[in-house]
Write a protein that binds this ligand. Structure first.
Ligand SMILES: Nc1ncnc2c1ncn2[C@@H]1O[C@H](COP(=O)(O)OP(=O)(O)OP(=O)(O)O)[C@@H](O)[C@H]1O
Length: 458
């Protein structure tokens, strides 16, 4: 290994001298092995050594413990005769890879290359998280899959609702693609393919092939040669072109429109869709053979509503990276962002942050006052009905008869509004403050005050 690789290990074997010998060989190969129990916070990469006599319940329990650290990578290695197939099955469900030391050629190489790969994967995921922001477990798992796919050099289909980041992921797959000397990533949005000209856009055309073909032109397939072709909204690819495209994908050959000459282009295809492509196949709108060709490895990007934990880091990212705002952001702004729905996913959140950032003036923190009025939810629709105006009138009349002036009446109504908002938010002052568009401190003060005689609305 190029740099020492820290690896924890667990041993479930009595064959101590064999194990010691194996550990020496692995340390010579550059592994920095530490005997550690999983609950010591062992994440990262680890090896479970065992043999056919290993106490299975204990092994199972330890693996379950390890799995609680989501990014843990585990290799199970038998140091003696092969355990039974059912033991392997159990290990497989808890460990990423299993093999027997004495049954493979060069086990040191297998282990070190596997660990090197995991180390690289972790480093790349950390790097990717700078651009594909999110800290939820769901998102981190997705990023691991993205890096794994990118390094594999296979065709990838990215699915997910609009605005979940499909195009961003496609570009990152190209960035991490390890092909030596790879060329550009060419993007084609299939919704923009002009009927009649779509063949030319993909395959190019010869001069004079159709009325406006004043010169010979390369299409996207030629431009993506030795690079990546990203077909966005693949479900919109015209049926008439699908067979020709399949040939270009499988055999690397195509003809320009108006030409009889076969040309060659070898590209990696990454495609994306927010449609259910299999349903399109069943409807006859998408070729089954093309579907199976493009969907070898599918990566589904979860909608924002299934990863609420990512809303705040995404908002911070957009404030700082896109708008250069370094000032603090009031917690109430984040509360507001968390209360909302985002049918347009990350794109919708990004656009909202742009509106808030452009309303914000000066050097102070970003506050709820910077949220444009048009972005406030219609609380009237969300909450219980407001008191009818005649009830309000009756309450005010009562206060008037008691001889209260305008200021006192206003104060009373304000206090009632605070009380009602706090009650409707089940005592959550943050949410109540958000509704009233006032600071949480004002509500805390209200809580501390002795209740005076208040306006009654019922
Ligand atoms: N995890 C993320 N981190 C940072 N920015 C993101 C993330 N996900 C999406 N974005 C941003 O959100 C916007 C929408 O992303 P993108 O265009 O990749 O989505 P999409 O799924 O391809 O949408 P559509 O299906 O509508 O084409 C882009 O500006 C992108 O930069």
């Amino acid at each position: 290994m190029t740099t020492p690789c820290p690896v924890w290990f667990l041993a479930f074997t009595r064959q101590r001298s064999r194990l010691a010998d194996i550990i020496i060989q692995l340390e010579k190969a550059g592994l920095d092995l530490h005997a550690q129990r999983p609950h010591d916070g062992a994440g990262g990469a680890g090896i479970v050594f065992l043999d056919a006599q290993a106490p299975l319940p204990e092994v199972e329990e330890s693996l379950a413990e390890v799995r609680r650290t989501p990014e843990a990578n585990v290799l199970a290695v038998s140091v003696g005769p092969l355990p039974t197939p059912s033991t392997w099955a159990l290990l497989r469900s808890g460990a990423a890879d299993v093999f027997s030391w004495f049954d493979v050629h060069n086990p040191v190489e297998i282990i070190t290359s596997r660990l090197r790969y995991w180390q690289e994967l972790d480093a790349r995921v950390a790097d990717l998280q700078q651009r594909l922001v999110g800290r939820s477990q769901r998102w981190r798992d997705t990023l691991r899959q993205v890096v794994d796919m990118a390094l594999s050099n296979c065709q990838v289909l990215i699915t997910g609702e609009s605005g979940t980041g499909k195009e961003l992921v496609a570009k990152e797959i190209h960035r991490f693609d390890p092909r030596p000397g790879k060329r550009d990533c060419v993007v084609v949005d299939c919704t923009n393919l002009i009927p009649g000209l779509s063949g030319s856009e993909l395959f190019g055309h010869e001069k004079g092939a159709f009325t406006n073909a004043i010169s010979t032109r390369d299409g996207a397939v030629a431009l993506a040669d030795e690079g990546t072709l990203f077909l966005d909204e693949l479900g919109e690819l015209p049926l008439a072109l699908q067979a020709e495209f399949l040939r270009a994908l499988q055999e690397g050959t195509y003809k320009r429109v108006g030409s009889n000459t076969w040309r060659q282009a070898h590209f990696r295809l990454v495609s994306a869709t927010n449609r259910d492509l299999l349903a399109e196949v069943h409807k006859g709108a998408f070729r089954q053979d093309l579907y199976y060709r493009v969907s070898g490895w599918t990566c589904h990007l979860p909608p924002l509503r299934e990863r609420q934990e990512d809303i705040v880091p995404l908002a911070e990212h957009f404030f700082q990276q896109q708008h250069g705002i370094q000032q603090p952001v009031d917690r109430q702004v984040y509360d507001f962002l968390l209360l909302r729905d985002y049918p347009g996913n990350v794109r919708e959140l990004q656009q909202l942050i742009t509106r808030i950032a452009s309303k914000h003036q000066g050097e102070g923190p970003i506050t709820i006052g910077d949220i444009p009025r048009s972005d406030w939810p219609d609380f009237a629709q969300l909450s219980a009905p407001a008191p009818a105006s005649d009830e309000l009138e009756a309450g005010v009349t009562h206060l008037l008869h008691q001889g209260l002036g305008l200021k006192e009446i206003k104060d009373q109504v304000t206090e009632v509004a605070k009380e009602v908002a706090i009650r409707h938010e089940s005592g959550n002052l943050q949410l109540a403050a958000l509704r009233l568009r006032c600071s949480e401190r004002i509500l805390q003060m209200h809580r501390r005050e002795e209740p005076k005689e208040r306006l009654r609305l019922d």
